[in-house]
Design a protein. Structure first.
Length: 307
């Protein structure tokens, strides 16, 4: 694949986008599914068992979206806090649905052991449009920084800020899809005025540890639960996954805070970012949801045993 053929159909090759190009990009985004039906309705169904709160609202062209969090009903300040986030990238379906499935089927198992705070869909505008970015053509998962320009990221940071020092574990649920290579990476290159460099999509589940706070035993415990459900991604011929060296089976590392990633937001001792591959011929959408649930369970059990 050459860079000319792959160039995204917005803007001029080699020139970063300005306001006109961002407006053109925004016009291309169309609603493809319902956040109200697929997310809000499922959260509403949990209200009898859990505390649900609205921690913000997005006001974008095309609609207003509530930002919703689910908490343990009997919150106890003497217990550790465990944070689960999904849908930071709206197009990554199993992160959202996996978080909702975990709450419905397993969260009650942790009552009295920890305080759970689950944000199933950080980016509802992106969820409806199956889009990585928000309406401002910004990646929320590069925007967890002071004075964040992304409303989704700023709202989550404000939600979590009062709990700093209490959060022991944070797991952020993501996917890596074929559209990363066909849509989102070409769009990123076009937006920033850079050439598109083709990459390789890994087939399987993997985790992203924090290179500034390595927790290898934690990552291994999470993957040990996941392999009961689906397969781990192998390293490519260079010993890498998406351009990063594989440090253990199914594990790579990023500097989370430096990159403004969601998993850096809590200051937790144990952090990880999941990545499943829903386009794999060896995995179904339900299997991807189940893998996210297994990852959350593995993360919680390890953190409770080693906190």
């Amino acid at each position: 694949m050459n860079t000319v053929a792959a160039f995204y159909p917005v803007g001029t090759p080699g020139q970063p986008w300005g306001a006109p190009e961002r407006a053109q990009w925004l016009q291309r985004q169309v609603v493809q599914r319902s956040h109200a039906d697929e997310v809000v309705a499922k959260i509403d169904a949990l209200r009898e068992r859990f505390d649900v709160s609205q921690y913000g609202e997005l006001d974008y062209p095309g609609g207003r979206y509530p930002l919703l969090a689910v908490r343990s009903r009997n919150w106890n300040d003497a217990l550790p806090v465990m944070l689960v986030t999904g849908g930071v990238h709206g197009y990554e379906t199993s992160g959202v649905q996996g978080a909702l499935q975990f709450i419905d089927q397993h969260a009650a198992d942790y009552a009295g052991k920890c305080n759970l705070l689950v944000v199933p869909c950080v980016s509802p505008w992106g969820y409806e449009r199956i889009q990585r970015w928000n309406a401002l053509a910004l990646d929320p998962n590069r925007s967890f920084v002071p004075n964040s320009p992304a409303p989704e990221s700023a709202a989550l940071m404000a939600l979590v800020a009062p709990l700093k020092g209490q959060i022991v574990m944070h797991i952020d649920l993501h996917e890596t899809t074929d559209t990363d290579e066909t849509e989102f990476r070409p769009a990123l290159a076009a937006r920033d005025g850079k050439p598109f460099e083709p990459g390789e999509i890994p087939d399987g589940f993997y985790l992203v540890d924090d290179s500034e706070n390595r927790q290898p035993a934690f990552q291994q415990a999470v993957n040990a639960e996941v392999v009961k459900v689906t397969h781990l991604a192998p390293a490519d011929a260079r010993g890498e996954i998406i351009g990063s060296p594989v440090v253990a089976e199914g594990v790579i590392e990023y500097p989370l805070k430096a990159l403004g990633l969601c998993a850096s937001v809590s200051g937790a001792r144990y952090t990880t970012t999941t990545e499943v591959y829903p386009d794999s011929p060896k995995a179904t959408p339900q299997q991807c949801n189940d893998a996210q649930v297994a990852a959350v369970i593995g993360a919680l059990d390890f953190a409770l045993s080693n906190g």
